[in-house]
Design a protein around this ligand. Sequence first.
Ligand SMILES: Cc1cc2nc3c(=O)[nH]c(=O)nc-3n(C[C@H](O)[C@H](O)[C@H](O)COP(=O)(O)OP(=O)(O)OC[C@H]3O[C@@H](n4cnc5c(N)ncnc54)[C@H](O)[C@@H]3O)c2cc1C
Ligand code: FES
Length: 274
Amino acid sequence: MNANFPVAYRVTHRIQQTTDTVTLRLRPVDATLPPFLPGQFMMLYAFGVGEVAISISGDPNDQDGTLEHTIRAVGPVSRALHDTLLGGVIGVRGPFGTDWGLETTAGRDLIIVAGGLGLAPLRPVVLAAMAAGNHFGRVSLVTGARTPSDMLFRDEQEKWMADGALEVHQTVDRPTAGWRGRVGFVTEPTAHLAVAPDRTTAFLCGPEPMMRFCAETLLRKSVSADDIRMSLERNMQCGTGLCGHCQLGPLLLCRDGPIVDYATADPLLTVREL
Ligand SMILES: Cc1cc2nc3c(=O)[nH]c(=O)nc-3n(C[C@H](O)[C@H](O)[C@H](O)COP(=O)(O)OP(=O)(O)OC[C@H]3O[C@@H](n4cnc5c(N)ncnc54)[C@H](O)[C@@H]3O)c2cc1C
Ligand code: FES
């Protein structure tokens, strides 16, 4: 299969998460792309409009050829993808990039911190951790959103809380009537987590300042920078390490990222990308 040519996938389910964000489930029309790992992304092509990078938000245990993507409409391409109706067809290339490296974390405590749309690439980690029983130690999830109505996968988060397989701490910047969770940034619940630094791996995804603050919070708790993994986004075009659009210092983030450990990311995040 040629990674430069999109393969047709049909929209079989649409779940409107918030006013501007939808989760699409896609089924191959004909050829099926290779299996994905949690954290990887696809290039999604809205025919006649353009192509953008979108993380895979679906269950890694469902490797039946279907894909799930959670898309926020911010510009022309993401709007066209967001608006694709049931039965509509999207072009897909991938999977691309590095993954969260869950296979290296057996027996370890996991801290998963998601700001806003950052829960999309982290949902596969949560679902894998829930399916894995006692394969991991203590699993803590911190999710944040601007308001309660901006919170993604809200019904699922309720189920995750009820299930008890992981601790879930929700926080919003601006509460509305009926909100029972915390108010404030994700750094606050993260700072209050009981952490065993020598057996903890952290996964962070959200706006870069949020990830930096969370990483610094975890470093203060003696978690090693090598054990803090974050997802970095830059402009992706080819997805295959050829065009150079996604360069960050010596890294091409479509190939060497998007998942990078904080020891690698920290010195680069102060350098403007090309
Ligand atoms: C590895 C990776 C994974 C991604 N995963 C997802 C995902 O799961 N869901 C999702 O909705 N989006 C995701 N994105 C972001 C998505 O690719 C961009 O929102 C998209 O490229 C915007 O294209 P557009 O033509 O719709 O808007 P544009 O016209 O390109 O941009 C519209 C506005 O959005 C801003 N913008 C553009 N790209 C980004 C970006 N990467 N981050 C923040 N703001 C941006 C622009 O500055 C502008 O203000 C991901 C990006 C990368 C690199
Ligand atoms: S997107 Fe072309 S090199 Fe990374």
